[in-house]
Design a protein around this ligand. Structure first.
Ligand code: 6PG
Length: 239
């Protein structure tokens, strides 16, 4: 586990963008699972505005680690957020974009997307393998759309399952733990004081407990990087 701590969200965006640029420098096609929510907005804006012309986007295939079961035009849609902050600003072939069809029946879409991952990604250990999975983390320690009250979904045998937001009841399609932990690299992008308690518990007590989905992120590759701002990292004690 690598911790990268920066003073501000903007610096997190800058550092992650350089990390992503370096990953994308490969001649190979890379498969990336994007995170949702609000944190990626500043990161995608920075990435598009500062590396939009430098990165060969035709070598990058975009997927989503989770998506809300809403129309792609809905303000809740992670796809819409990504279009607004990244995809609308870069030259990426439409056929490199594999969105979760949030407008579909959730169970049918989870099955369809599971097959998309199996068909499009290299299969390693019998599981689709991303080159990078970007993750956010909720204040409650959820990640992708697996929440503490349904943490058993993390161990589902499927590539994707349907989850339910504990407060809103919103249905979501999410990748599962086996796909996350089979990725060549995982990057947690976590900012804000609201995340500090869980960051402390997960980072400082690594392996000593596992009752938040985010604490179950342990890629087989051991290539896990936390990009944190000072607020999210404020409880970490390195003395
Ligand atoms: C989603 C995300 C979710 C998100 C966390 C953090 O669809 O909401 O995938 O896992 O990453 O909830 O969200 P914020 O970045 O908005 O704090």
């Amino acid at each position: 586990m690598t911790l990268k701590i920066y003073d501000t969200k903007e610096q997190v965006a800058e550092e992650f963008s350089e990390y992503f640029r370096d990953l994308a420098a490969s001649d190979q096609t890379i498969h990336v699972a994007l995170s949702g929510g609000s944190t990626p907005k500043i990161i995608f804006d920075y990435l598009a505005e500062n590396f939009g012309s430098e990165i060969n986007w035709s070598k990058i295939k975009f997927y989503w680690g989770d998506e809300r079961c809403v129309a792609p035009t809905d303000s809740e849609s992670n796809y819409k957020m990504t279009v607004d902050h990244l995809l609308s600003k870069i030259e990426v072939p439409f056929f490199n974009i594999f969105r979760v069809l949030g407008e579909n029946d959730p169970e049918e879409e989870a099955q369809r997307y599971s097959k998309v991952l199996s068909d499009e990604l290299p299969i390693v250990n019998g599981i689709p393998q991303f080159d990078l999975v970007m993750l956010g983390m909720g204040d409650d320690g959820h990640t992708v759309s697996i929440f503490p009250d349904s943490i058993s979904l993390w161990d589902a045998k499927e590539n994707c399952v349907v989850a339910t937001h504990p407060d809103s009841g919103q249905k979501r399609v999410t990748i599962t733990g086996k796909v996350v932990n089979n990725s060549k690299a995982v990057a947690f992008l976590v900012t804000g004081a609201g995340k500090a308690e869980k960051v402390q518990e997960i980072v400082m007590l690594e392996g000593d407990f596992a009752n938040y989905p985010a604490s179950l992120v342990k890629p087989i590759s051991e290539n896990l990087t936390w990009f944190l701002d000072r607020d999210a990292a404020k409880n970490l004690d390195f003395s």
